[in-house]
Design a protein around this ligand. Structure first.
Ligand code: COA
Length: 165
């Protein structure tokens, strides 16, 4: 398996992969593929990493800037992240996420936030902070990972591309 930044021509595969990964997820509103397209169209896909095997795209993760208390800074949001259903639970998602977090650290980012299952994201160091929140998040689902010890407080907003219907 290799991990690289997305290239022109990958978008169709990323869309199909994202739709397939979220298809049977009860928490999903099936907009995740559109969110990736909207982030790309807005030019805010800070990182769009694909995992490939034998030339096939088997996983994808996106990172985009977030605002804290309305201000842009050096924190990013992770997601959507997708692995083909028949390739899940074999380490692809973890490899993509670790690679993306390493790249963000190398860029000098302050930290990363996400909405997801704590049981999965704790392994990367993500944790909830009552002083850092985002509107309408299920309890415990909003988590943060600081890269440099900074502990911002207040309201986090993901890019408006996440509101696509
Ligand atoms: C979530 C996802 C990206 C993880 O990638 P993956 O390659 O399947 O997972 P990995 O092989 O890296 O990790 C497997 C581990 O994660 C756990 N895991 C996977 N999905 C989980 C979830 N939703 N909640 C809790 N644990 C989860 C597995 O139990 C396994 O745990 P173990 O290492 O203790 O045995 C992938 O399963 C996926 O595409 N799911 C559908 C879309 C989705 O839910 N995206 C994330 C939304 S926040």
């Amino acid at each position: 398996m290799q991990i690289r930044q997305e290239r022109p021509g990958d978008a169709t595969f990323i869309r199909a992969l994202t739709d397939a990964a979220f298809k049977d997820m009860p928490f999903s509103d099936q907009t995740e593929a559109k969110v990736v397209d909207a982030l790309r169209a807005a030019g805010v896909l800070t990182l769009s990493l694909v995992a490939t095997e034998g030339g096939d795209v088997i996983g994808h993760v996106a990172f985009s800037p977030v605002t804290i208390n309305g201000r842009a800074g050096d924190w990013y949001g992770l997601g959507p992240v997708s692995v083909w259903p028949d390739r899940q639970r074999a380490g692809v998602g973890q490899a993509l996420i670790r690679d993306g977090l390493d790249r963000l650290r190398s860029m000098g980012a302050g930290g990363c936030v996400l909405l997801g299952a704590p049981a999965y994201y704790h392994r990367f160091g993500f944790e909830s902070d009552p002083d850092l929140y985002t509107p309408d998040a299920p309890p415990g689902a909003f988590q943060r990972l600081s890269f440099n010890g900074s502990r911002p407080t207040g309201e986090v907003r993901f890019h408006p591309a996440f509101d696509v219907q």
